[in-house]
Design a protein around this ligand. Sequence first.
Ligand code: BGC
Length: 426
Amino acid sequence: MHYKFPESFYFGASTSAHQVEGANRNDWTEWEHANARRLAQIARVSTGNTKRSAISDRHAFARNLTSGIANPLNPKNYISGLASDHYRRFNEDFDIAKSLGHNAHRFSIEWSRIEPEEGKWSERELAHYKEVIRALRARNLEPFVTLWHFTLPIWLAEKGGVLNPRFPYYFNRYAQKVAHALGADVHFWLTINEPEIYALNAYGRGSWPPGKEGLANYYRALTQMIGAHHKAYRTIRKHSLLSKVGVACNLSYFESAGGPVNAVIKRAAEELWNFHFLSRTTKSLDFIGLNYYFRNRVNYGLNKNPHHRVSDMGWDLHPEGIRPVLQGLAHFKKPIYVTENGLADAEDTHRPWFIEKTLHAIAEAMYHDNVDVRGYFYWSLLDNFEWDKGFWPRFGLVEVDYETFARKVRPSAETYKKIIKNGLVL
Ligand code: BGC
């Protein structure tokens, strides 16, 4: 059966400020300078490791060895610097998105630009984002605006970041400022990107700034973000009357290998990981943003994936897994936008297949399971700065040359464009 997505369906790609803009100054930039050598050293050790590691695909890895700054053994790989220079080139990038058939675009506002010092607001930077939104609207790309995607202003990081008891107040004050300035032009807001991933990496296992560890910190961080979300939801709705407000959560497909024990682990993992934040914020959600990347096979433990196909980062590629995740979200009875989905694939070998399979599974969830999905955003429009992995993982529909900042559209972007135009065969 030929399946066409509804006219009103949003198709686009996502980015985040710190990963693409360049020239930021926040808690991450400080951390990058302090950790670049150490991270390059870890990459050096893992290349000698024959077991599957963060840099698991030797082919992609070898290719990256020749490409200057995006070389995992080079400390510069871990310094965001000018990133993809999107701050200056957003018009060019939105022209590309438009030419690829997109009708929406998700991006984030950089808190450290808007409030570089506590309580001091930059009208110039607010005007910049106004300009960005205008550029999107001029191309009929619906803006989906994320308020906070992992990076903090330095003053707030110095006060303890998310664990500061006043964090919900600070976040709400920032949300108010932005919603007041931009609210008339934005209909879709996301308060926080992936609270569970942020809590885990920054406060649970300490691999991101501020490098705190422990279960108690992890839960405190999550609880603080839940409070912050509730406040910001009310504030944004007040300032931006026609807007819809959601959150982008990272959900896994937990697949049981069979038997009662695995079934129990699967259920617990879903409650603790997939639904923790959403169940506690459901009253303050107009829609759910779903970021789907992983299968997590449960076989007397988590992440026992078969690794038939993996990304350049060694992630198990299982696009079909998005369908059961969507089925699981249906009980919240909210519209769903897939706000991120993608893979690191420098050679663009798996990406066309991955995008097609994912959209196929989404269409099945909509068409056969009646799940209310209203949009899909591939991660990412551009190659960008992949946090503690730096520049070497290539997630973009569009390749970026980090020496010249030239953009080159990958073949998978054309596959995506064709699906947007013609739909799929189910
Ligand atoms: C994050 C992005 C990140 C992507 C790929 C998501 O967890 O929101 O910032 O680049 O996954 O790792």
